[in-house]
Write a protein that binds this ligand. Structure first.
Ligand SMILES: C[S@@+](CC[C@H](N)C(=O)[O-])C[C@H]1O[C@@H](n2cnc3c(N)ncnc32)[C@H](O)[C@@H]1O
Length: 246
């Protein structure tokens, strides 16, 4: 739980600016994945949710949860940050859903409570995955699915801190990936491909798919500069895992 407090502090202090900058992209239409806002209608990652019990782990301002609630899902939005949850509460639409303040490291629900646990650069990127993945698996029912999108190791390894952009060169050690220092003493977490497979399988999950979202030409990265600009149409910027509890 060592990054818990600093991460909450970090997200509380950046929430207003983050939403001002990114909400127009994240919330532009329902079900948009990741840095390039790729529609789920193209990736088919989440599937039908009407009537399903769904937990968004690190819901931020709730753009995803809001869409799924409107589709008839029984959604809970969980987040660590008071400010992010306040943004979610004030943006809630007609289809209302509960918001819970908690950490992905310690999910306050009984085993088997959900049919689907998911996030988009949420709790599985901002909590130690060795803690958060088993927790997500615990609250899934048998046959339930864990779907999460996170930055790819390619993107992180090619990130050049000097120019603050993702490049076409290898800048960091793949085997050194793990905890990443963020502003305000916060920490995010980057898994390797092998590390992720071992973690999911170790938590009793079967991997059904690894989608590598690929933006079309001209689709803009709303979060990071890349060199070349079409970087993510050549290399995978994100990894979207789909796993199921046995
Ligand atoms: C990049 S946002 C993701 C939310 C939304 N999908 C988006 O793109 O804005 C990361 C979210 O994770 C939350 N978060 C950070 N650490 C967390 C933790 N340990 N447990 C749960 N949520 C956490 C932050 O408060 C933030 O709202």
């Amino acid at each position: 739980m060592s990054s818990f407090r600093a991460n909450r502090q970090h997200w509380n202090s950046i929430s207003r600016a983050y939403q001002a900058e990114h909400d127009p992209q994240i919330g532009a239409s329902p079900r948009l994945w990741g840095m390039y806002a790729i529609p789920d209608a193209r990736l088919h990652a989440l599937g039908e949710v009407a009537g399903r019990r769904v937990l968004e782990l690190g819901c931020g301002a709730g753009q995803w949860s809001r869409s799924l609630a409107a589709e008839g899902a029984i959604v809970v939005g969980l987040d660590l940050s008071d400010a992010q949850l306040a943004a979610a509460a004030s943006a809630m639409g007609a289809a209302r859903f509960p918001l819970v303040q908690a950490a992905a490291e310690q999910i306050p629900f009984a085993p088997g409570s959900f049919d689907l646990v998911f996030c988009d650069h949420g709790g599985l990127s901002w909590a130690p995955p060795q803690l958060a993945v088993p927790e997500a698996a615990r609250v899934l029912r048998r046959g339930g699915r864990l779907v999460f999108n996170a930055t790819s190791p390619w993107f992180e390894v090619c990130y050049d801190s000097g120019s603050d952009r993702v490049t076409a060169g290898l800048r960091q050690d793949y085997f050194g990936l793990g905890a990443i220092a963020e502003d305000h003493g916060a920490t995010s977490y980057q898994l390797t491909y092998g590390g992720c497979i071992r973690l999911l399988r170790g938590a009793g999950l079967v991997i059904d798919d690894l989608i590598e979202p690929r933006p079309g030409p001209g689709m803009r990265n709303g979060y990071a500069r890349t060199d070349p600009p079409d970087w993510a149409s050549r290399w995978p910027a994100e990894m979207l895992w789909i796993a199921r509890k046995e």
